[in-house]
Design a binder for this molecule. Structure first.
Ligand SMILES: [Zn+2]
Ligand SMILES: [Zn+2]
Length: 111
């Protein structure tokens, strides 16, 4: 099982939407919470939970769990277009840019 899969590999063959890229993001981004795991609760309030990104206390109805990293995001930290948090969206955008600029370069090691 190669860990350094070329996440853009499918891009040139066929543009089958965003699913392949999401798959690669899931492998790259560490899981912050399990799917279905609740966010941290605000002990000073009965019905508020903390946004995992900005730490604002918001109601559970306002929080959405990121489908990639599992973090809970308030409306300010959320990218509804992809149903992911802004943090993952930033990484997704980086990937999209990279795939456009350097289609032939390997992933390499950025650490
Ligand atoms: Zn937030
Ligand atoms: Zn996320």
């Amino acid at each position: 099982m190669p860990l350094s899969t070329r996440w853009w590999a499918g891009r040139n063959k066929k543009e089958s939407g965003r699913a392949p890229l999401f798959h690669e993001l899931r492998e790259e981004i560490p899981r912050f919470r399990k799917q279905g795991e609740l966010p941290a609760r605000d002990s000073g309030s009965f019905s508020k939970y903390f946004c995992d990104l900005c730490n604002s206390p918001v109601t559970i109805q306002e929080l959405r769990q990121c489908s990639i990293c599992g973090r809970w995001g308030c409306p300010d930290c959320w990218t509804p277009e992809y149903y992911i948090c802004n943090s993952c969206h930033g990484i997704l955008k980086m990937h999209l840019l990279r795939s456009r600029d350097e289609p032939e370069t390997g992933p390499g090691g950025s650490e």
